[in-house]
Design a protein around this ligand. Structure first.
Ligand code: FAD
Length: 331
């Protein structure tokens, strides 16, 4: 069978799913991407609130080590999709902020982190707001069904891009493939978004924190292409705190982490004009797999994401490329 006749379903329009889909399209496959969300990007996500407040409440920025990724990022930069974040970044412990010395370039999507995913999704055959809940073997391919029972069609190859626990939950009838996926473990993260009508008197943009329930705080408004007003901040709780408070309400989490925010800044509390929390149940892979992707040629079933090979945006992107290469060899 030539690749021209082959169809691929990708479950998940995260960075890995999109990079895989784009590469397979370029190789002549007919690719359709399903995502349960309203937009593309997955954990590369932007929250817009009333009063012009904008937050990257998932991934904050990305760095590049791999040569292929570096070439791609050059193209993204030329297209205005990403830009370096010239931030004053450091560590904040016991109230002392120390600048980070590394020369690493930190890139962000412009005007929000989702710009990267939107760019990768240009011309893609996307089916949004559609959660795939059942996958079944069909002759040599796969038949997919949505949450409401809707038949989503038959495809020669199936690619899973959801975080490992979500991908594994679709694979009850394929235990050996599911077991390979279950070896990858995830940690949660509570994120809190705050907007202030007056700029906070803080002389830096971002800080990693070790000795607090918060592990990261950043002035989102300091990123390129974001409105300077209101003054928007994103806080991330560390994995231990997020695990302990996983089932707390958004209101409780917002209140607790707001208190901690003022404590770590050493500033008297102020009333934000906007405050909200978002729970990332599967935020970051705590134990990723060593393989860059999984592919079973007999089943014509693959999986990719940041939990394969290397974590984070770069890892997810490269995992998608690796899976596209593996799947392209199917005859
Ligand atoms: C709080 C936080 C901070 C982070 N900070 C950084 C950072 O600073 N730098 C960095 O590089 N990375 C960071 N990351 C990690 C980065 O966001 C991820 O590594 C990367 O975005 C993962 O992409 P992915 O392709 O693996 O999948 P995901 O982004 O998880 O995408 C999976 C997609 O699958 C969809 N999906 C799941 N199940 C189904 C289903 N059954 N049917 C249909 N669709 C489904 C989801 O809606 C989602 O869109 C952060 C992540 C979080 C949460």
């Amino acid at each position: 069978m030539s690749t021209r006749n082959q169809t691929v379903a990708v479950i998940g329009a995260g960075i890995g799913g999109l990079s895989c889909a784009r590469q397979l399209c370029a190789a002549g496959f007919g690719v359709r991407i399903f995502d349960k969300s309203r937009g593309v990007g997955g954990r590369v996500s932007v929250r817009r609130a009333e009063t012009d407040a904008v937050f990257d409440h998932g991934a904050q920025y990305f760095t590049v080590k791999d040569a292929a990724m570096a070439q791609e990022v050059e193209r993204w930069t030329a297209a205005g999709v990403v830009a370096p974040w010239q931030c004053r970044i450091g560590s904040l412990n016991s109230g002392q902020w120390k600048p980070t010395k590394s020369e690493t370039t930190r890139y962000v999507g412009v005007p929000g982190m989702t710009a990267i995913a939107k760019h990768l999704a240009v011309d893609a055959d996307l089916v949004l707001q559609t959660q795939v809940t059942t996958i079944a073997r069909h002759d040599r391919g796969w038949r997919l069904f949505a949450k409401d029972g809707q038949d989503l069609g038959i495809f020669d190859i199936l690619i899973l891009n959801a975080p490992a626990p979500q991908s594994a939950s679709l694979l009850n009838d394929f235990p050996s493939f599911a077991q390979r996926i279950r070896d990858a473990k995830f940690a949660p993260c509570w994120a809190v978004m705050l907007a202030f009508d007056q700029r906070l008197d803080v002389p830096w943009d971002a800080a990693f924190i070790d000795d607090s329930s918060l592990s990261w705080i950043a002035r989102n408004s300091s990123k390129p292409g974001r409105p300077a007003k209101p003054d928007c901040w994103v806080l991330h709780a560390n994995p231990d705190w997020s695990t302990t408070h996983l089932e707390d309400s958004q209101e409780e989490v917002t209140a607790r982490l707001l208190t901690t925010f003022w404590q770590v800044l050493g500033e008297p509390p102020q009333q934000p004009m906007f405050a909200a929390a978002h729970r990332w149940r599967f935020a970051l892979p705590s134990e990723p797999l060593e393989q860059q992707c999984l592919f079973d040629e007999d089943l014509r079933l693959g999986a990719c994401g940041d939990w394969c090979g290397g974590p984070r945006i770069e890892g997810a992107y490269l995992s998608g490329l690796a899976l596209a290469e593996a799947a392209s060899k199917v005859r």
